[in-house]
Design a protein around this ligand. Structure first.
Ligand code: BG6
Length: 501
């Protein structure tokens, strides 16, 4: 039985209601929230799209998505039937101003039905180029001036570069108040990502050593085994740096590097994160080759299966110079992190699917043990696996049992699966619930987005000016181009290896 407070009555319009994001992520998330009794007592979800659907056909279509993609794939003893009563479909051409009257009249109708004014949430699950136009047409509706109850949710990519992100921010700001705008970065909704805050700020143990005096360097790897999965059209305008580093990876970096917040107030957390972004050392165009490496996968074999190279993927130009791999070395210029390298890398068609953060501590200052005791000695390391397994491991030295003093590294491990044997919510569940509750802590503020673009712009510009001469430069099922190894090896370090941990 539910023992938590549900969000207030909510009316959710999903632009792109017949699209993939809603099919795979949003409606399964809303359904799981319903099963866990987190949906408001009174709610209505209106999918908006151009395609023709009756309400019943639309519900069937969404159930199909749930059966394929939800963490709970069945109808849950009639729960689907109950939940789906709250779903309807609105066929409309989002490019025509007159059509927006339909939205206004649905809001009125629902207000009467609910007997109260609900939250009105506009979710932009559409191609990024459509967002400005839809926002312009929504803005003039009376309902949008309700800064308390009306919210707009914008998916990534938020802009294509600094200028377009700035323009989009300015446009949204002319229609909505900043506190009505929820810019999604789904990484921030992941359980383990949120747990980074708990790990750092709910324990007195780590904070005193969480700085340049004890930490040698930090690594973030976000590796995927998949290729571009039919999203070649989008990926051709993006690339790994834009798709993953500008948002997800920089956000992870903020969580690792931020100062302790005074409270869990949304702006307090976001201020602390933006401080990190502002302190990241800007890489000049001339330095890009020393700090950043790009790659593109060729054709080859992936776990025994022949896979095409990026240039052979659907909707990809045969001489494309888009990066499907990016590795960057960042520095954060502040007291805590001066001269501690943060190595980040991400790529498609890599050897493993894993998102992992590694905090490598400095070596012990003095070595009292005989050399033969410590042949396999390794520095302490804290490994935080975000996915697919969610765990935290602390590596330290232990004495091997036996008569001789031999040290070797061992792991102390906390595993989510072993500690809590329930299903954890998907990122989108957490984020959608936050939108309904009006909690913006896990969403990007306009200044955060722009600060993140400022960091990667010099790399993007340098890569655009100097075209790669060696693409494709890595094989599927590898860990990316050799230059990425050199990037970290130059400092005497190695990328963390996951299989052997
Ligand atoms: C998305 C990117 O934001 O994140 C995709 O556009 C990428 O290219 C995906 O595959 C990775 O998300 P996750 O949650 O699977 O790590």
């Amino acid at each position: 039985m539910q023992n938590h407070k549900r969000p207030p009555a909510s009316l959710i319009f999903i632009f792109g209601g017949s699209g993939d994001l809603n099919f795979r992520k949003l409606s399964p998330a809303l359904y799981n929230l319903f099963i866990d009794e987190w949906m408001p007592e009174k709610f209505s979800i209106v999918g908006i799209g151009r395609s023709k659907y009756s309400d019943d056909d639309y519900r069937k279509h969404l159930l199909d998505g749930i059966k394929q993609f939800s963490r709970r794939k069945d109808e849950q003893n009639g729960k689907w039937k109950e939940f789906s009563k709250g779903i309807s479909y609105l066929q409309m051409d989002a490019e025509k101003d007159a059509e927006y009257k339909k939205i206004a009249s649905i809001v009125k109708k629902k207000e009467q039905e609910f007997g109260e004014h609900p939250n009105v949430i506009f979710y932009m699950a559409v191609a990024p180029q459509l967002v400005p136009d839809i926002a312009k047409k929504l803005g003039p509706l009376n309902i949008c001036s309700d800064t308390k109850c009306t919210r707009i949710v914008v998916e990534k990519p938020f802009g294509h570069d600094l200028q377009s992100a700035h323009d989009l921010n300015a446009l949204l700001a002319s229609m909505f108040d900043e506190k009505q705008i929820y810019r999604i970065d789904h990484y921030l909704g992941k359980e383990t990502v949120q747990n980074l805050l708990a790990l750092r700020f709910a324990n007195a143990l780590f904070e005193p050593i969480w700085n340049r005096n004890y930490i040698d360097h930090v690594q973030i790897t976000a590796a995927e085994t998949v290729g571009v999965e039919g999203r070649g059209g989008y990926y051709e305008t993006s690339g790994a740096l834009r798709d993953m580093v500008q948002n997800h990876i920089l956000q992870l970096m903020c969580m690792i590097a931020m100062e302790a917040p005074v409270s869990f107030d949304a702006d307090e957390i976001r201020n602390k994160k933006v401080d990190v972004l502002n302190a990241i050392r800007k890489i000049t165009h001339e330095e890009v080759h020393q700090f950043a490496v790009r790659g593109q996968y060729g054709e080859g074999w992936m776990k025994g299966e022949k896979v095409p190279g990026y240039r052979q993927e659907k909707s990809v130009s045969p001489d494309s110079n888009i990066d499907t791999f990016a590795a960057v070395k960042f520095y954060i210029d502040n007291w805590r992190w001066q001269n501690v390298p943060f190595y980040v890398r991400t790529g498609k068609r890599l050897h493993d699917k894993t998102t992992t953060i590694t905090i490598q501590f400095r070596p012990a200052p003095h070595y009292a043990f005989p050399p033969e005791a410590a042949e396999t000695w390794r520095p302490n390391k804290l490994t935080i696996s975000i996915q697919p397994e969610m765990d935290i491991r602390l590596r330290f030295q232990a004495k091997r049992p036996g008569q001789s003093m031999t040290l070797n590294p061992v792991d102390m491990k906390f595993s989510y699966k072993e500690a809590y044997n329930g299903d954890e919510p998907e990122a989108y569940e957490t984020l959608l619930l936050d939108v309904m509750e009006g909690n913006a802590t896990l969403f990007m503020r306009s200044d955060q987005v722009e600060a993140a673009w400022k960091i990667i712009m010099p790399i993007l510009e340098a890569w655009q000016t100097r075209l790669p001469i060696d693409f494709p430069n890595y094989a599927p099922d590898s860990w990316g181009p050799e230059d990425a190894e050199a990037l970290i090896a130059r400092d005497g370090n190695n990328w963390a290896t996951f299989a052997t941990q």
